[in-house]
Design a binder for this molecule. Structure first.
Ligand code: HEC
Ligand code: HEC
Ligand code: HEC
Ligand code: HEC
Ligand code: HEC
Length: 391
């Protein structure tokens, strides 16, 4: 897929990543036979098209998972991405995501998934891409003040003022608890908003979308923690499925921009663990998309996964953090000082440190102004005295 020079490689939707080896139909679409021999004889270097064929559609569709990687990035202009701009630098993904023996640089999870097929990516090699690799950490020629920020504020924070700017909406909310509704005569329901984004689907529940959005900000040192199925969760709170690590005190951490996706998903209400429901399958297989019964789907899914399920389903609210690294805007569109250094600016929620212009101390302010007024009084008295004595 990464090196297909013919553009003919397509996965068959239900064959676990395999293409159609003979012509097959699915959901009204005919999938042509993929000639692997022909593809092997016509390999090319990877491109935005080959990498994007997977990464722009992560999470099940265009822009669903990432807020900064969607189909608008096949051929972006400069206002969308200064590096991948087709009329400018026209970077391929691999200009930044360099690779040594297929260890692609730039991953943030320490464990590769799935565990038994290590083809997608190897273990974390510890190699990271930084904007600094090309630009240095003092990239601003005429503004040293900006360079003084690069130890606490990531480049991405100032240079990705809004995400999902290419006109493709990114998914912000996915509520599985409302799935399973049908019309009175038993038909599936699909509702779309005026831009064509699915906002209700019988199979998937309720969804919300957005374009040109302000990121959320968090301290981040490039490492994520995440929960796994066997971890005990607290259903009375919003469960963070993953979480960026870092704090103000952490010297390696900087303020970083994120898309934070909200969700509502089934869990085991007795053991307080996540469940792995079986979604896809025929009637009688227990699959949710055939029978619309979460308990059956969880029973089947957990059986296949190999972990116990109590039989009691509940729904929890979740969040998922995706760091923003693409859609770097032209320099004129970078965040202005006042976007952060103000009372209700973008960093209003990061309260663990003192930020000039946002925070104040009544005592320090009072001492400061007292000093100002005392100096002024001193100068005035001094001046008046000299004026009188000169006469
Ligand atoms: C100008 C440099 C640059 C280009 C070009 C680029 N990336 Fe990235 N990408 C980054 C950086 C920096 C990171 C963050 C890496 C890290 O945290 O270690 C990143 C992270 C990622 C991630 C990890 C998920 C995430 O959101 O952090 C994926 C997936 C990814 N890039 C895919 C792509 C694809 C696909 C393309 C081509 C369409 C591409 N990148 C082009 C710089 C780039
Ligand atoms: C066949 C689909 C597919 C193609 C093509 C593909 N990737 Fe990936 N990529 C994945 C999957 C799936 C993962 C997650 C794997 C994992 O977690 O182990 C991934 C993970 C990544 C990550 C790490 C993300 C993270 O959050 O840690 C980066 C970076 C990345 N890919 C870049 C690229 C680049 C650059 C290309 C093009 C040369 C590319 N990928 C082509 C499917 C693909
Ligand atoms: C505090 C916000 C902020 C941070 C952090 C920041 N930049 Fe900038 N950057 C700006 C602004 C604002 C401009 C536009 C400056 C101008 O037009 O004078 C700019 C301009 C630039 C330019 C254009 C060249 C120039 O001299 O104006 C480059 C390249 C650049 N930044 C790269 C980076 C990289 C790489 C990092 C991280 C090491 C980074 N920036 C961190 C705000 C920031
Ligand atoms: C592979 C090298 C490379 C990497 C990695 C890279 N850049 Fe660039 N970047 C360039 C080049 C080359 C230019 C064009 C020359 C210039 O303006 O310095 C550029 C230009 C820019 C500009 C100026 C755009 C304008 O309006 O003229 C900004 C801002 C910028 N980069 C930010 C970033 C940020 C943020 C990252 C990290 C996500 C990053 N760059 C990663 C090579 C890179
Ligand atoms: C992305 C948000 C952001 C933007 C935009 C931003 N700053 Fe800051 N600024 C910060 C943070 C965070 C600190 C560091 C506070 C600390 O280290 O305790 C800081 C610190 C400062 C300081 C204190 C001295 C120092 O260097 O630590 C000054 C002065 C300052 N900024 C001026 C500016 C000016 C002028 C601009 C516009 C050119 C600007 N800032 C843009 C977030 C921002």
């Amino acid at each position: 897929m990464c090196h297909d020079g013919t553009g003919t490689y397509k996965k068959f939707p239900t064959d676990c990543g395999h293409p159609a080896y003979e012509e097959k139909k699915f959901g009204g679409t005919t999938y042509q036979t993929v000639d692997l021999g022909n593809i092997a004889r016509n390999i090319k270097k990877s491109s935005r098209n080959t990498c994007g064929a997977c990464h722009f559609f992560g999470g099940g569709g265009d822009g669903v998972k990432h807020g900064d990687l969607d189909s608008s990035m096949f051929a972006p202009d400069k206002s969308l991405d200064v590096h991948m701009d087709v009329k400018g630098l026209n970077y391929n993904c691999t200009v930044c995501h360099t690779a040594r023996s297929h260890d692609i640089v730039g991953r943030k999870y320490s464990r590769a998934a799935p565990n038994t097929h290590r083809l997608a990516l190897p273990e974390d090699t510890g190699l990271r891409i930084g904007c600094e690799n090309c630009h240095s950490s003092r990239p601003h020629k005429n503004n040293q003040n900006l360079n003084d920020h690069t130890d606490t504020v990531a480049c991405q924070t100032c240079h990705i003022p809004y995400f999902a700017r290419g006109g493709i909406a990114t998914q912000l909310d996915w509520d599985w608890s409302t799935a399973g509704k049908h019309t009175a005569d038993g038909k599936a329901i699909v509702k779309k908003d005026s831009d064509g984004n699915v906002i209700y689907h019988t199979k998937k529940g309720t969804m919300a979308w957005g374009t040109s959005l302000e990121p959320e900000y968090a301290w981040y040192r490039g490492v994520m923690t995440y929960i796994q199925q066997q971890d005990i969760i607290d259903p009375s709170t919003v469960v963070a499925l993953n979480r960026p690590l870092g704090s103000y005190a952490d010297r390696d951490a900087r303020i970083y921009p994120f898309k934070v996706h909200q969700g509502k998903q089934p869990f085991d209400a007795e053991s307080n663990r996540l469940v792995v429901p079986k979604l896809f399958g025929k009637k009688g297989s227990g699959a949710y998309w055939a029978e619309y019964d979460w308990t059956k789907a969880a029973n089947k899914g957990m059986e296949a996964y190999g972990a116990p399920f109590s039989g009691s389903i509940g729904f929890i609210e979740t969040t998922f953090y995706s760091p923003l690294n693409h859609m770097i805007a032209p320099k004129e569109a970078s965040l202005a000082c006042g976007e952060c250094h103000s009372r209700s600016g973008r960093l209003a929620a990061l309260t663990s440190f003192y930020l000039p212009g946002r925070d104040r101390s009544g005592l320090v302010d009072a001492l400061g102004w007292t000093a100002v007024w005392l100096s002024l009084a001193g100068i005035l008295i001094h001046g008046v005295l000299r004026f009188i004595l000169k006469k």
